[in-house]
Design a protein around this ligand. Structure first.
Ligand SMILES: *[C@@H]1O[C@H](CO)[C@@H](O)[C@H](O)[C@H]1NC(C)=O
Ligand SMILES: *[C@@H]1O[C@H](CO)[C@@H](O)[C@H](O)[C@H]1NC(C)=O
Ligand SMILES: *[C@@H]1O[C@H](CO)[C@@H](O)[C@H](O)[C@H]1NC(C)=O
Ligand SMILES: *[C@@H]1O[C@H](CO)[C@@H](O)[C@H](O)[C@H]1NC(C)=O
Ligand SMILES: *[C@@H]1O[C@H](CO)[C@@H](O)[C@H](O)[C@H]1NC(C)=O
Ligand SMILES: *[C@@H]1O[C@H](CO)[C@@H](O)[C@H](O)[C@H]1NC(C)=O
Ligand SMILES: *[C@@H]1O[C@H](CO)[C@@H](O)[C@H](O)[C@H]1NC(C)=O
Ligand SMILES: *[C@@H]1O[C@H](CO)[C@@H](O)[C@H](O)[C@H]1NC(C)=O
Length: 503
């Protein structure tokens, strides 16, 4: 029996080989905030904005519990203070994994551990323990059989690459040769990825007007200001692309290839002191809006067109308790009362489908559970909606809430029936929206099947499988496969559970 299912899993892997996955935009959640909303309020905010990926800087127990069963993917952090202990002692690393990772899986979908924050440039003295820390954590994951679910890496600043422009000649600072070499070896051997903190804001400010601001903000460059790498003749439309390419080239210069880059931090402050004239709402709005559009288009930087640039925006809330220049406290996209600082659409699908004319039907916010339950029962019963995707183990089961399940069922009914007179009402518990409610691998009926709105591979089964239809790009397969690797061991249980359904 097990063998049969392994066979099926391999088949799915094969399927994904010939498809591509879309890039995601996630968000960093810093907590140096005086009025930090409660954990459950934060989850509500994440769901409202359809955020699918978050990065925590630590491994806060309350936050990790609150994130369970939300369908949100979580990157946790070993703080710089913790790196030394974990690097010096395998048992401390094992204890860290047990307490902060194993204890929450699978309910909380922890998929990566960021070891330290910019260790080489912020606490260079700890460099000798960095790779041992990563190794110890990885071994602890192996011992718990979690290494296929959780990747280990370490975020570095652009400071490790002294001259990123032009990207073709970029190299890591040779001071770090041996550490970087060991990091890359670790990442390659464990099928992990390079974590890059890349801030066009700082590069722009530092460059003293060498670059036009449009370049930093992903805005069109006039024909006299085109930025071309003289060696490769690649044209760079954005500094963001150039920084990612500089990193890919620095990695290649050490003879490593096929290590994907994930941007663990980027963003733009919306307010600054008198000497920080570029920290404005207008610039922050342009940067983050254009960044989301850029990442969602799925292409890689010019030297690696097939590698999507998965990216985490820095950051969810303004961290008013941080020290340093005024801008340091104003990187957030939301105030703590959850209103947006400026107009921003954090959901990839939303930003792309904003002009689509598709109307979706979802459960009205704030409707009581009894009414939702009746509406759901009607939709899946007499209404003949296809409610398979919200069964346990299926792509839309999580979050396991009446609101989510009713939304899925209402919409399925509505997409099938509205042309023949079906309405989006359900006793007043439903409402229409043009925002695509799809998330993760859960695709709502009527959702565009363009790859650009997909944050994960399409569901491996269920009514929307036919949405797999992409050009086969070989290096995306690498990313697809390494991500799929973790996915497989996870999906196994779910597939087994849903077995009767599949037969
Ligand atoms: C490389 O890093 C070292 C140590 O931080 C620093 O002293 C040196 O200036 C850096 N080299 C370059 C070219 O920036
Ligand atoms: C670092 O690596 C570069 C490129 O291989 C080499 O030229 C340089 O001498 C090395 N530096 C050190 C300090 O090992
Ligand atoms: C990379 O490989 C090339 C060709 O094999 C070799 O000449 C070069 O020294 C290598 N560089 C490093 C940093 O190992
Ligand atoms: C995606 O973005 C890249 C980089 O900005 C650009 O060159 C490419 O034309 C875009 N593709 C689409 C389909 O918009
Ligand atoms: C939310 O907080 C911001 C900043 O404190 C404030 O300007 C805004 O009016 C608040 N919005 C609401 C709805 O309370
Ligand atoms: C959406 O449509 C409006 C009006 O047709 C247009 O001005 C706007 O640029 C479009 N937005 C996108 C993201 O295509
Ligand atoms: C979805 O895919 C089908 C089949 O390839 C295609 O005909 C249809 O236009 C696509 N719909 C959208 C919204 O892209
Ligand atoms: C966790 O995330 C992985 C990777 O996207 C996904 O395949 C898996 O289904 C998720 N697990 C749960 C329980 O949501």
């Amino acid at each position: 029996m097990i063998k049969v299912w392994l066979g099926a899993i391999l088949l799915f892997c094969g399927l994904f080989f010939s498809s591509t996955i879309g890039a995601f935009v996630g968000i960093n959640i810093g907590t140096d905030v005086s009025n930090l909303p409660s954990d459950t309020d934060i989850i509500g905010i994440l769901k409202t904005h359809q955020i699918s990926h978050v990065r925590l800087f630590d491994s806060d127990a309350h936050m990790l519990s609150a994130l369970s069963n939300t369908g949100i993917e979580v990157m946790v952090g070993v703080t710089n203070e913790e790196v030394l202990g974990v690097g010096e002692s395998p048992s401390a690393a094992a204890a860290w994994i047990n307490k902060n990772v194993a204890a929450y899986l699978p309910g909380t979908n922890i998929t990566a551990i960021a070891v330290g924050s910019e260790v080489l440039t912020s606490i260079p003295n700890a460099a000798p323990v960095l790779v041992p820390a990563m190794n110890n954590l990885y071994k602890a994951l192996v011992a718990s059989n979690l290494n296929y679910l959780v990747k280990v890496s370490t975020p570095q600043s652009m400071g490790v690459i002294p001259r990123p422009f032009p990207p073709s000649t970029a190299n890591f600072n040779t001071t770090w040769n041996s550490t970087i070499f060991q990091i890359l070896q670790f990442l390659r051997n464990t099928n992990s990825f390079y974590m890059l903190n890349a801030y066009p804001y700082y590069e722009y400010v530092k460059s003293n007007g060498i670059f036009p601001i449009e370049y930093a903000l992903f805005q069109p460059l006039s024909s006299v200001k085109q930025i071309v790498d003289p060696n490769t003749l690649f044209r760079y439309n954005s500094m963001f692309d150039a920084l990612v390419d500089a990193t890919y080239n620095s990695i290649s210069a050490l003879n490593f290839s096929k290590i994907p880059i994930v941007v663990t931090e980027t963003g733009w402050p919306w307010f600054g002191g008198a000497n920080e004239p570029y920290a404005t709402v207008k610039n922050a709005e342009a940067f983050n809006g254009n960044l989301i559009r850029r990442v969602s288009n799925d292409s890689g930087p010019p030297s690696q067109l097939d590698m999507p640039i998965n990216t985490y925006i820095y950051e969810l809330f303004n961290e008013d308790k941080r020290r340093g220049p005024v801008s340091e406290r104003n990187w957030g996209v939301l105030f703590t009362n959850s209103t947006a600082v400026y107009s921003i659409s954090l959901s990839n699908s939303e930003s792309l489908d904003a002009n689509s004319s598709t109307v979706f039907c979802i459960a009205r916010q704030g409707t009581d559970e009894d009414s939702l339950q009746s509406g759901l029962n009607w939709a899946c019963g007499p209404g003949q909606a296809n409610c398979r995707a919200i069964q346990q183990g299926q792509p839309c089961y999580l979050p396991n809430t009446w609101q989510n399940h009713a939304s899925y069922a209402y919409n399925d009914y509505y997409q099938k029936m509205h042309s023949s007179g079906g309405t989006c009402d359900f006793d007043g518990t439903a409402t229409t929206t043009t925002i695509d409610p799809s998330y993760g691998s859960c695709r709502f009926g009527g959702s565009s099947n363009s790859s650009t709105s997909r944050l994960f591979p399409p569901p491996a089964f269920g009514p929307y499988t036919k949405a797999i239809m992409h050009n086969d790009k070989s290096s995306k397969v690498i990313l697809g496969c390494f991500m799929f690797h973790w996915r497989v061991s996870y999906a196994k249980d779910e597939i087994l559970k849903s077995q009767p359904d599949q037969a």
